[in-house]
Each structure stands twice: as structure tokens, then as C-alpha cells.
Ligand binder design. Structure first.
Ligand SMILES: *Cc1c(COP(=O)(O)O)cnc(C)c1O
Length: 408
């Protein structure tokens, strides 16, 4: 008899995006003439930078020659890409990260869930509320949680509420935890952490032998020179943190797929018998066995992000989205709404107006302005009363959506 992984049955049915789709479909069927604008998506909209495309085209040509053909590559990624990342993203910012500590992958969504492979079942886990749903669902699938309660919170997880009251930076947990998921700049709230705030977390992790899983997929959207881009800018983080990065949001690789994970040498966990074990070796073994690398062509495209032209083009892309975010913030404030985020991140997090909860505001915007966003309550119970708009869109769509909201 074939047994299934029962843990999957614990997952609360994917409610948020199907429910959005259902309401939008019902509305467009009733109002076929309405031009609905979607500002709910977490996907980029602008074309790939030319430097990346040209590098990929050269790689394709090379693959058509005997000398330039590449078969299986190193499971950890090509050395030239790992070197470029270590130099530009870390050493240039004063972080001690070497090429061998960088593992190239097909996505940081994948890595942030795959990492559970090398971590024990008994870890006590903390997540923020609201949260990027992947961190929670991957723990549910791996059998690391209990059942969900009526509010969608899983037993066994420690939820750290992030709201306007704490500046959307998670408070330290009151009961001890072993694994902590942090995401800065944050999806969905658009919040960023200062050096001092991250230092509190690093100090907590070092004092409690905990591991921080730090998702920095949006670091390129930071423009304030005082803010850290990497957790390794904080003293001691090499001994307590793994960092996830991606080319998805900075260089538009969401459909092309390339990301990387940093596992510092000397960072350890503990065996059941109480012995320290280097996580680097476990992750290297996991990737060597279960992963066969990102295509040569795509890695050449990612390498081009670090060329002078690539850097300039990526800066222009980010600048374009951040101008969208600035327009959204300005127009919503002018419409009398309380807005957060959107200054160092492509997401604007809105307090819903008096008398409307997250779904109430969703229906209001859809019916009155024909604009689709994402209800904050879909990211967790503490997201109730908030709403996310994304800056990933064309300028024309952003301008038109804001004109309609202003006119309400
Ligand atoms: C978009 C996003 C990522 C990137 O995922 P990829 O698999 O690399 O495309 C990672 N974390 C968060 C929170 C995101 O929103």
C-alpha cells in the first residue's frame, strides 16, 4: 500500500490567490467593460537587461561548438559566478564571504524550503506574522508543525507579529526558538531593518545557539546607505546565519531562474548526540546529491549582472520600480491613506481605512476603482487591516490605477 506524506494534508488550502482570482473573475464577468489593473502581483514586468541577454546569447552560441559546449556543471555553480558574487555583493561591502561559501541555485524560494533537508525535526521555529507563505508551508510539508487552528496558525510555530506598533520589525521571541526566518527588505510589508535591529537578532541567535534564515531577495531595492544589505554586515552573523539571495527581483530573472545561498564555513548545528557539525558540508552534500546545477547559459546571464553595463542596467530597472513605488505612496497619501514600506522595497503596505478589513478594502478597490491588490490578512492573522500594492508594473498602469484611487 502506498502511503502519502500526511503532512501535506495539514496545509490550509491555498486560499489567498485562488480567492483573489475568484473575486476578480466574478467582477469581470459582471462588468466585462471594466479595464482591471492588477497591482497584486509579486512578479517583475520589465524585460531582461541587455547585458544579461547578450551574455546568454553568447553562451548559446558557445554551446553549439565542440570547444564551448558545457554538460553537467558543478552542482555548486561555476567558480566564475561564485567569485563575482563574493566580490561584488559581499567583499565590496566589507563582508567576509568567500566564493566556496556561495551555492548557486534555481531559486531562493526553492532553497529556503530545501534548507529544511539538513535541519532536524525537533527545532523550534519562529516566523513573522504576516509572512512570506513559503517559510510556513515548507515546514508544514516537512512535518515540523502541528495542525492549523481556525485562524490559520499552525501548532508548534512561534509567530512574531509585525505591525505598525513595532515598525514591522519582529520582536525577539519570548520563548526560546532554534530557527528564525527573517526577510529584509520585507515581503509583504516593505519594511527594512537597521543595523541595530539586525544586531539584536544576531546577538539573540548567538546567545541561544539559534540559526537565522535570512532572505535578502530584495536587497537591491535598498538605497539608504545606512541600511545593511546582508546579514553578514553584522558582527557575528557568520556563526549564526544562512542568507538567501536571488536574481529574480533585481535583474528580472523570475522566469529565467537563478539565485544563491550563502552558508559560511564554521557555522555549525548539533547532532542528536550533541556533537557540532558544519552546515556547509551538509548543504554541499545535499546539493551534490539532489541538484544538478543551473544551466551554463543562465549562469552566464547572471554573471553579466556584475559587468559595468549590467550594474547600470540593473540600477535603472530598480530605479524604475522604485519610482512606481514613490508614485503609489504619494498618491495614496494624498488620498488620505496611511502607507508604509515602498521606500527601500517594491511593496507598499497600506492601513485599510476605518470600517474596512483587508477583504473589505479589496472589494472596495476592485468594485470602485477596478484595481486589484493583495489583502494583508492572506499573509497571516496580524496582516488583517492591511493591504499590499506592488510596484512591479508598467508606469501607465500605475498612473492609471492611482488616478482612479484618487478619484474615489
Ligand atoms: C520573490 C521572492 C523570492 C525569490 O524567489 P526565487 O525563487 O529566487 O524567484 C524570495 N523570497 C521572497 C520573500 C520573495 O518575495
Amino acid at each position: 500500500m502506498v502511503q502519502v506524506n500526511d503532512s501535506y494534508l495539514r496545509l490550509k488550502a491555498g486560499y489567498l490567490f485562488p480567492e483573489i482570482a475568484r473575486r476578480v473573475k466574478a467582477f469581470t464577468e459582471a462588468h466585462p467593460e471594466a479595464a482591471v489593473i492588477r497591482l497584486g502581483i509579486g512578479d517583475v514586468t520589465e524585460p531582461l537587461p541587455a547585458a544579461c541577454r547578450e551574455a546568454m546569447q553568447r553562451a548559446i552560441e558557445a554551446m553549439g561548438t565542440r570547444e564551448g559546449f558545457h554538460g553537467y556543471g558543478p552542482e555548486q555553480g561555476y567558480g566564475w559566478l561564485r567569485e563575482a558574487i563574493a566580490r561584488h555583493d559581499f567583499q565590496a561591502r566589507g563582508c567576509e564571504v568567500s566564493a566556496e561559501e556561495i551555492f548557486i541555485s534555481d531559486g531562493s524560494k526553492c532553497d529556503s524550503s530545501n534548507i529544511l533537508d539538513i535541519l532536524g525535526a525537533g527545532n523550534r521555529i519562529a516566523v513573522t506574522d504576516p509572512v512570506y507563505p513559503v517559510y510556513v508551508d515548507s515546514n508544514v510539508m516537512a512535518g515540523r508543525t502541528g495542525d492549523a487552528d481556525g485562524g490559520g496558525r499552525y501548532g508548534g510555530l512561534t509567530y512574531l507579529p509585525i505591525t505598525a506598533a513595532n515598525g514591522f520589525v519582529a520582536p525577539l521571541p519570548e520563548q526560546p526558538v532554534d530557527l528564525i526566518y527573517l526577510c529584509f527588505p520585507n515581503n509583504p510589508t516593505g519594511a527594512v531593518a537597521t543595523r541595530e535591529q539586525l544586531k539584536q537578532w544576531v546577538d539573540y541567535a548567538l546567545a541561544n545557539n539559534a540559526l537565522i534564515l535570512f532572505d535578502a531577495a530584495y536587497e537591491a531595492f535598498i538605497s539608504d546607505p545606512e541600511l545593511p544589505h546582508s546579514i553578514y554586515e553584522i558582527e557575528g552573523a557568520r556563526r549564526c546565519a544562512i542568507e538567501f539571495r536571488s536574481f529574480s527581483k533585481n535583474a528580472g530573472f523570475t522566469g529565467t531562474r537563478c539565485a544563491f545561498t550563502v552558508v559560511p564555513r564554521g557555522l555549525t548545528g548539533t547532532t542528536a548526540a550533541g556533537e557540532p557539525v558544519e552546515l556547509w558540508g551538509l548543504w554541499n552534500r545535499r546539493q551534490s546529491t539532489k541538484f544538478n546545477g543551473v544551466s551554463y547559459i543562465v549562469q552566464r546571464g547572471a554573471e553579466a549582472v556584475y559587468s559595468p553595463e549590467g550594474q547600470e542596467q540593473v540600477r535603472a530597472l530598480i530605479g524604475f520600480y522604485m519610482e512606481n513605488a514613490a508614485i503609489i505612496r504619494r498618491e495614496l497619501e494624498a488620498a488620505g491613506l496611511q502607507v508604509y514600506g515602498g521606500q527601500q522595497a517594491p511593496y507598499v503596505w497600506i492601513k485599510t481605512p476605518e470600517g474596512l478589513d483587508s477583504w473589505g478594502f479589496f472589494d472596495h478597490l476592485l468594485n470602485q476603482a477596478h484595481v486589484v491588490g493583495t489583502p494583508g490578512s492572506g499573509f497571516g492573522a496580524a496582516g488583517e487591516g492591511y493591504f499590499r500594492l506592488s510596484a512591479f508594473n508598467s508606469r501607465a498602469n500605475v498612473d492609471e490605477a492611482m488616478r482612479r484611487i484618487r478619484a474615489l
